[in-house]
Structure formats: C-alpha cells, structure tokens
Design a protein. Structure first.
Length: 317
C-alpha cells in the first residue's frame, strides 16, 4: 500500500504551538514518517496523531498522540530528534506488542493489580476508548485504567478483564491508591506579581489520581474554593479564591495554564476549573487570535455576584 508523506503545514497548528517555526513541525512529522517507513510499519501522520493501518488498508484504531514526543523534540537540538522519536515509539511498540500477542499476564488480575493506575486524556477523534475502562471525572477529559510498566503505560483492555474479580469501580479505587503510592505528591507555593500565590502540586505522571485527593492539600483552597488546572501529567496548578478580587487573577491563571500545557512535556489540557467542596466546574475558554473569550460556570457567576452585593439576576443580559 502506498502511503503519502505528511502534508507540510503553512502555519503552526494548534497542537504544535510549542515549536518555534512551521519548518520545525514539518521536519518533526517528516522524521516520524521516516521512523515508520524504516521499520516497514504501515502508518500515516495527520494533525498530531500517528494512525496505524490494518491489513485491509484502513486505519485500525491504533493511534499514538505526538504531543509528548514533539515537546521533547522542541526542547532539544534537531540532531537529537530522530533518536528521541525512535526511543519513544520503540517503547510504545514493546508494550503494545505484548498486549497484541495476548501475553497472558495482561489477563492475570494477580499480576496487574499492583500495576493498576489511572490516566487522563482528552477525547480522541476516532475514539478507541470503548476498548478501555473509562469514566469521566472532569468535564472535557477521560479517565482510564492503565498499567504502569515502568518505562511506559498500557491501557487496560476490557477484553482482558473478563475474568477479573470485583467491579470496575473497585479497580479504579485500587488504581488511584497505587498511583499515589508509586508517585507521592509534593506541594509548593510560587509568588508572582500582584501578590499572586500559585500553588503547585507535583507528581511523577500521576495527576489523574492526585486530582481526586486534593483534600490532602487543603492549603490550596480559599474560603470560596480555588481555580484549578491540570496542564501536564505531572502538575496540578491552583489559585485560592478568597473573595471577588479573584476575578482579577483569572486571566493570568488561564495564561499560565495554557503556557504549561503548550510546553509540556506530558500535556493533558489547558482547561481551567473552579473547584469547591470537591465539585469541579469548567470554564469555557475560546482563543481567537490574540483574544481570549471566557465564559464562567453559572454557579461561579452567582457566587461572584453575591459577593459583590448584586441582585441574583444582575449578571443576566
């Protein structure tokens, strides 16, 4: 089957904003394409995702996002890119090949139990998550069960868990406890201009589990909760909300989150949430050129209006 090389971009695509130039992203995709051709792997690269092709000549649902490896490349010299790309995909292929070849250990609950963890991703086009154990803990994101293999992660396939004891919910609970054991979190405060104190919760690749245990870091919350984001798999960012003046810091918090998500590595999302009493409310953020439009959750608008002494419906237009 003849597979066309990636079509060059004329401007930087959103997924590759961490590259300096459009020439950089075109060279990166060319090298990814070259990796697959060198190994006689049927695949094509499109919009930041590598799609594998099955024996029937059609995409087989095996997709690999390029964000993490592209962020590693953008932070390195060009001469290093081929090696970084090869190491990344070789690692993924070793893990994937074990499952594809029906390695019996992936069906063994006893072997998998201590390796179970949770991971966060944004929904993927041509969604493969029906083959995984998934749930939605946060609007706009998918939490899924995975296995921590040391050098990489493997999603837990539903077909491999048919004979496992317990329930899916119990497996998620075990996975979260494992992740927090494997990668303890640390808390730090970074002082920014305008008396802004940013709280950083750092953990090695296990934000999904720690985001469900923020009560262990009560200092990140003000009287009225906190702005919270999870820009990468190793970082939770929070800004306590003590009063109506928090609105003045929201734009800065969004900009910081977007920058961390853009630069990675291990980007999850640029989403920002208002978290109070363990309830997460997502802000709708639309970037249009140099302008950013923010639509806050209704509950947050009501809170700010009440703090400002407005009538309940004063914000409606």
């Amino acid at each position: 089957m003849q597979i066309s090389p990636p079509k060059p971009y004329e401007s930087l695509p959103a997924w590759a904003a961490h590259f300096q130039t459009v020439d950089d992203v075109n060279e990166f995709e060319r090298l990814v394409d070259a990796y697959f051709r060198k190994r006689n792997i049927a695949a094509f690269v499109h919009e930041g995702i590598a799609h594998r092709i099955g024996d029937d000549g059609k995409p087989n649902g095996h997709q690999s996002g390029l964000t993490k490896v592209s962020q590693m490349c953008s932070a390195s010299e060009r001469w290093e890119w081929s090696g970084l790309i090869a190491a990344h995909f070789d690692t993924l292929d070793r893990a994937g090949r074990n499952q594809a070849e029906s390695d019996p250990k992936f069906k063994s609950y006893d072997w998998c139990e201590s390796r179970l963890v949770t991971r966060l991703i944004q929904p993927i086009d041509g969604d493969v998550t029906p083959k995984w154990h998934c749930r939605q803990d946060f609007e706009g994101l998918v939490t899924y069960l995975a296995l921590d293999m040391g050098e990489t992660f493997c999603s837990v396939l539903t077909e491999n868990t048919k004979d496992w004891p317990g329930t899916v919910e119990q497996w998620f609970q075990i996975a979260e406890a494992n992740a927090r054991r494997i990668a303890p979190a640390t808390h730090a405060v970074e002082s920014l201009p305008d008396e802004l104190e940013l709280h950083l919760i750092q953990t090695a690749d296990h934000v999904a589990a720690w985001s469900k245990a923020l009560d262990q870091f009560s200092q990140i919350f003000g009287t009225f909760g906190a702005f919270v984001s999870m820009p990468t798999s190793s970082l939770i960012v929070a800004l306590p909300i003590h009063g109506v003046d928090a609105i003045g810091h929201l734009q800065s918090f969004i900009s910081i989150t977007m920058g961390l998500d853009r630069d990675g590595p291990g980007s999850i999302s640029p989403y920002v949430y208002w978290v109070k009493d363990d309830v997460w409310h997502k802000f709708e953020i639309v970037v249009d050129g140099q302008s950013v439009r923010i639509t806050p959750p209704d509950a947050f608008v009501e809170l700010m209006n009440s703090l400002a002494g407005d009538e309940p419906n004063a914000s409606q237009s």
